[in-house]
Design a protein around this ligand. Structure first.
Ligand SMILES: Nc1nc2c(ncn2[C@@H]2O[C@H](COP(=O)(O)OP(=O)(O)OP(=O)(O)O)[C@@H](O)[C@H]2O)c(=O)[nH]1
Length: 365
């Protein structure tokens, strides 16, 4: 279902592109030339429109970035080239928490507060219609209703199916496009599962973990690894009967954080109570991010982390290219299946199978 949606979006982009470049004459021009001309015009114009702040064009740009079509991929790279000089100026914040921790309510309240402070806020969120987020298949749960109405907010949902907890292979590029569009704060939501946290940690400046009050048992069960990634822990839903318990939970987390390896060198991770319903504690979260920034800019870790982010990006792009180049060969699937059968029949060892695959590859070059 998500796949179809992606295809529709992709088609939408192509339609949008042709529309944008339609000069009324192109149908009389040889097809090959026509397409090239349209694509060229389109990318430049798209970059301009993104930078000028058009949310519709920003959406189209992201659809292009996410497309797996090879023409789109080349165009996406061209677009990134245009936009890269204008990136790097936002605060990149990752937000995680188990389903039900209240991530979308928090992002809605926090994002709205930032918009009201005059910030431009982009949210790369999880699509509620995807299964991992626990939302309705029919998508009847409207997330971040208030935030999407703000003129200085941009909310982009991504299906979590086939991705790492809602984080797309192209989330990094998407983030950069949002930065080029002038967003000051980028919030990246991820479901608290598997490796997604480590992945998001590798692309953000500040990482926030949402937990619930009365952590007692949860504290025991919580993976130490996730806590070690967090620059701050929000003890969420600290309202009504929960207020006192939330205070206690905050001090329990603070104690634990004391014994953990800091997520960011020079910064002591902290915990705080927040109620998104009552809009309490949200300003403290923003102040903490400000203090964090001052601290790590002073010890130079801000730029070191940014460099690490670029290095990670480079490495993951190499991997993507290798995989694409390898599986892009039309005979590859058949070849792999044949070797797989031979391995399972005991005719080849796994190592021999892999060697054969790559020696065939070399001999074809
Ligand atoms: N008491 C209280 N409940 C809240 C608060 N924020 C969210 N909730 C409730 O917590 C539940 C989960 O909130 P969501 O914002 O949908 O949480 P999520 O983590 O995105 O959850 P999933 O969509 O299940 O992944 C909902 O029933 C919310 O109404 C809050 O500040 N206080």
């Amino acid at each position: 279902m998500d796949k179809n949606k992606g295809m529709q979006e992709s088609a939408l982009f192509v339609m949008g592109g042709v529309e944008a470049s339609h000069d009324g004459m192109q149908y009389g021009v040889p097809k090959k030339f026509r397409k090239k001309k349209a694509d060229n015009l389109n990318i430049q114009k798209l970059a301009q429109d993104v930078r000028a702040g058009s949310r519709v064009q920003l959406s189209k740009a992201i659809t292009l970035i996410e497309s797996s079509n090879s023409t789109h991929k080349a165009q996406a790279q061209e677009l990134l080239q245009e936009l890269l000089p204008h990136t790097g100026n936002s605060v990149r914040i990752g937000i995680t928490g188990v389903p039900g921790a209240g991530k979308s309510s928090f992002i809605e309240a926090f994002g709205t507060m930032l918009c009201e402070m005059g910030k431009k806020v982009a949210v790369l969120a999880i699509d509620p219609s995807s299964s991992l987020s626990g939302g309705s298949i029919l998508g009847d749960k409207t997330r971040m209703e208030e935030l999407v109405k703000k003129p200085n907010a941009f909310v982009r949902p991504s299906p979590s199916a086939g991705t790492l907890g809602g984080v797309h292979k192209k989330t990094r590029e998407t983030m950069l496009v949002c930065e080029a569009a002038g967003y000051d704060v980028i919030l990246i939501e991820t479901v608290g599962v598997g490796q997604s946290e480590t992945y998001v940690r590798g692309m953000v400046d500040f990482f926030l973990l949402l937990v619930l009050t009365g952590a007692g048992d949860e504290l025991q069960g919580m993976k130490k690894g996730i806590m070690e990634l967090a620059d701050a822990i929000v003890v969420h839903k600290a309202d009504g009967d929960n207020v006192r318990l939330a205070k206690k939970t905050v001090s329990e987390y603070k104690q634990i954080l004391h014994f953990l390896q800091p997520a960011t060198p020079g910064w002591m991770s902290t915990a705080m109570p927040v109620s998104s319903w009552e809009k309490k504690g949200l300003d403290k979260v923003w102040d903490t991010i400000g203090e964090f920034r001052q601290t790590v800019e002073a010890n130079n870790y801000w730029s070191i982390r940014r460099q690490n982010q670029t290095r990670d990006w480079f490495q993951s792009m190499i991997t993507d290219h290798l995989i694409d180049a390898f599986y892009g060969d039309p005979n590859r699937k058949e070849q792999v299946q044949l070797l797989e059968r031979q391995i399972l029949n005991g005719q080849l060892t796994v190592t021999q199978g892999v060697d054969r695959l790559f020696s065939d590859e070399q001999s074809q070059k």
